[in-house]
Design a protein around this ligand. Structure first.
Ligand code: NAD
Ligand code: TDX
Length: 362
């Protein structure tokens, strides 16, 4: 297959590209605008790979997308490009509306025109795969059953609302125009190359620098964590075996409170990085409860029964295994995250001027 992947320089997209290059024979076109969260250093083996191409393209640019599709001739599009951080969507929703909604619309329209011009065999096997989140389902009560694919949409944050809108557009393009789409809604991912504004890498890197470990509110919010490489295998399973028009929920079956996550990271660091930079006695002494996130959902949990029963996918990593691998990865890959924290990963890319650091932008 030839697969066009949007957002392939991001956290999950880069894991997917690494997985597909290592485990399949498919040819990949990575379409990514390289926003602050896109980083080609997350694809260390891709640049010279014979089955990989990259195009720095914004998914709102219909003309460029049409040219890319006409020349690359994809058999499938896997759509991951998005603005992805909830806190940023609270500070300013414009980029979220633009990329997640207008960008998804633009991509759908270009895909539809491209698909309509395919011969019938190619058109039949073509897939448009949309990657979404469990946040579209909103806040789950403490004792409620995990979200199934039938859970009603009730997004809380501007990010979640923009992803919900994108999901609706994708379903409409299937129902109205017949575009063969696949959707998946996944729980919180974690693992290597995770941008350090997100909880797990933020906590690991702050702890290593002996900086406070901020927990929003009481820290008892629950998330269902999935190791990112398991998400990559799930997405490939959906692409190759999912039924057009269907949605698959993907989750790690690993519900944890944020406090539990932070304590688990501290315990792993005590074992793997016992030498602390200051006279700090224990990493967990750095935990600080700070003002809560506005509109903060208390709990998400995914029922991944459908993808297990229909497509035979289950996660390979427990939370304990995945978190250990993740902490180890950050300890062993300091150049990657140091360049992100300093902003140098953008400086190299732009080739000019002082770049804003990720933390300044956040
Ligand atoms: P990310 O922020 O790490 O990566 C997003 C990528 O999209 C970056 O490479 C960025 O440069 C690119 N991008 C942003 N705007 C673009 C535009 N207009 N045109 C082209 N490229 C653009 O995000 P992520 O965590 O890898 O998430 C990927 C997808 O998975 C998103 O759709 C997100 O909603 C979804 N998702 C994420 C999680 C999670 O826990 N991170 C969970 C479920 C679903
Ligand atoms: O410093 C922090 N302190 C804290 O308590 C940060 C950054 C987060 N949190 C809390 C907020 C959440 O309850 O930790 C939890 C996880 O926060 P994030 O890492 O920001 O993830 P979340 O808001 O749950 O959203 C993530 O999962 C679903 C991704 O960013 C989304 O793209 C995905 O759709």
């Amino acid at each position: 297959m030839k697969i066009a992947i949007t957002g392939g320089a991001g956290f999950i997209g880069s894991a997917l590209v690494r997985y597909l290059l290592a485990n399949t024979d498919h040819h990949l076109l990575n379409i990514d605008a390289l926003t602050y969260s896109g980083n080609l250093h997350s694809l260390p083996d891709a640049a010279d790979h014979p089955r990989y191409q990259f195009s720095q393209t914004n998914i709102c640019d219909a003309e460029k997308l049409a040219t890319l599709f006409a020349t690359f001739r994809p058999n499938a599009i896997m759509h991951l490009a998005a603005e992805s951080h909830v806190d940023r969507s609270i500070d300013g929703a414009g980029a979220f509306i633009q990329t997640n909604m207008v960008g998804t619309f633009t991509l759908l329209q270009c895909a539809l025109e491209y698909w309509r011009a395919l011969d019938s065999t190619e058109a039949q096997s073509f897939r448009f795969q949309h990657i979404s989140t469990d946040e579209v389902y909103g806040d789950l009560a403490p004792d409620a059953a995990p979200f199934t694919e039938q859970a009603p949409y009730a997004p809380s944050s501007p990010y979640a609302a923009s992803k919900a809108a994108a999901d609706h557009l994708v379903r409409a393009w299937h129902r109205t125009h017949g575009l063969p789409v696949l959707l998946s809604n996944c729980s919180n991912n974690y693992g290597p190359y995770h941008f350090p504004e997100k909880l797990i890498p933020h906590i690991i890197l702050n702890a290593l620098a002996a900086r406070p470990l901020p927990l929003y509110g009481d820290g008892k919010q629950v998330r269902d964590w999935l190791y990112v490489d398991d998400h990559a295998t799930a997405l490939y399973r959906v692409l190759t075996q999912g039924k057009p028009g269907q949605t698959y929920n993907i989750g790690g079956n690993a519900q944890q409170t944020n406090l539990q996550v932070v304590e688990a990271i501290c315990a792993l660091l005590e074992e793997l990085a016992p030498e602390k930079p200051t006279s700090l006695a224990h990493y967990r002494d750095l935990i600080e409860f700070v003002a809560d996130r506005p509109g903060h959902d208390r709990r998400y949990a995914i029922d991944a029964g459908k993808i297990a029963a229909e497509l035979g996918w289950t996660p390979a990593h427990s939370f304990q295994q995945g978190l250990r691998k993740t902490v180890r990865w950050y300890l062993q890959n300091k150049p990657w995250w140091r360049a992100v924290l300093s902003g140098n990963y953008r400086l190299e890319r732009l080739g000019t001027g002082p770049a804003k650091s990720a933390t300044q932008e956040a």
